[in-house]
Design a protein around this ligand. Structure first.
Ligand SMILES: Cc1cc2nc3c(=O)[nH]c(=O)nc-3n(C[C@H](O)[C@H](O)[C@H](O)COP(=O)(O)OP(=O)(O)OC[C@H]3O[C@@H](n4cnc5c(N)ncnc54)[C@H](O)[C@@H]3O)c2cc1C
Length: 301
């Protein structure tokens, strides 16, 4: 169960107690506020608070560019211009605070994004729940033979069953021993901060994660990418859907220039120009390494 009873009743209370405000409100984000979106088997993402909307980005940009921009571009055109030219600070005017429940090994990748504010559930203070991420059978992939940092075919049959059994039994046994070591009646009990070291990396943790839109886009570009590990990518994709409702114009520009766009090196750009003039460019004549050429071909294919 991703949400505890307490969390569910808190969300229900918050969603039925609207308050009037003079602050900017994004109608698309209001529908997400507090509600949990389930991710993986026990995880979720939910918006706890947010600041700003598309208009806040435009408003900040017009402070620096002046009212003249109003005549030459409409709001979404200005947002696209800012995104295209890497003008980051207007996007920093919007912020979002998320409550995320995620497996510890996903949290380890996530925490590498240093430009956010984080407050995590304390396993020194509290006892972690018996909740582990066990991949769905279709996500039980073998090690990739071509990419050391990736997955290959999905495991099937006896091998899949054996792996799932190992994951479940080991997690259950570790948790049983965690509980047995904790402070219980009739024994001194090991401190929570020490007992937790026996827990596996697929146990769930929770945190509040606050980030501005510029740095959130950076996170999403890396983690919603097909090269990101599936287990963090599904969180990033859920957040993408939320952001698309929150700041539709900014998200549209992000999708176009960052998620769906590519950066070309000077050599790659030169190749494109030569190809457009009808030249049959090959890896040997491109000036690129084999790896660069392979990626370039995949990009323009
Ligand atoms: C597919 C994939 C594979 C990865 N594999 C590995 C791996 O094998 N091993 C590994 O260790 N990591 C790995 N990472 C993590 C990666 O190297 C980054 O640490 C992570 O993506 C966070 O990126 P970031 O530093 O740009 O983000 P943030 O920390 O959010 O920073 C955003 C930007 O702010 C600036 N910035 C932030 N802090 C500083 C600072 N202290 N000094 C200067 N500039 C700063 C930088 O411009 C940075 O790009 C991987 C990431 C991905 C997406």
């Amino acid at each position: 169960m991703p949400l505890s009873d307490d969390q569910q009743s808190e969300i229900a209370t918050l969603r039925t107690s609207p308050q009037s405000t003079l602050r900017a409100v994004s109608p698309g984000m209001e529908k997400h506020l507090y509600t949990a979106h389930e991710v993986l088997d026990h995880g979720f993402v939910r918006v706890v608070d947010y600041m700003g909307d598309d208009a806040a980005i435009v408003q900040a940009a017009r402070v620096s560019y002046g009212a003249g921009t109003k005549k030459s571009r409409d709001d979404s055109g200005l947002i696209r211009y800012l995104m295209r030219h890497w003008h980051s600070t207007p996007f920093e005017m919007c912020e979002v605070k998320l409550h995320v429940k995620l497996p510890v090994f996903v949290a380890r990748q996530w925490i590498r994004h240093r430009t956010a504010n984080v407050n995590e559930y304390s396993a020194r203070y509290s006892i972690l729940d018996r909740e582990f991420y066990i991949p769905a059978p279709e996500n039980l992939a073998a090690q990739s033979t071509v990419n050391n940092q990736g997955r290959g075919e999905v495991l099937t049959g006896d091998e899949a069953a054996r792996v799932l059994e190992i994951l479940k039994t080991d997690a259950g046994r570790s948790y049983d021993n965690y509980e047995a070591m904790l402070n219980q009646e009739g024994q001194k009990g090991l401190a929570r901060e020490l007992a937790r070291m026996n827990l596996p990396a697929n146990i769930y943790t929770q945190w509040y994660w606050k980030v501005d839109l510029h740095n959130l886009f950076h996170f999403l570009r890396l983690r919603a990418d097909e090269h990101a590990q599936y287990e963090i990518r599904v969180y990033a994709e859920t957040i993408c859907d939320i952001v698309a409702d929150w700041v539709p114009a900014a998200y549209g520009a992000f999708e176009d220039y960052r998620l769906g766009g590519v950066n070309l090196s000077a050599k790659a750009l030169d190749c494109v120009r030569r190809m457009l003039k009808g030249e049959d460019v090959t890896q040997e004549t491109s000036g690129m390494s084999k790896g660069e050429w392979r990626e370039f071909e995949a990009t323009i294919a």
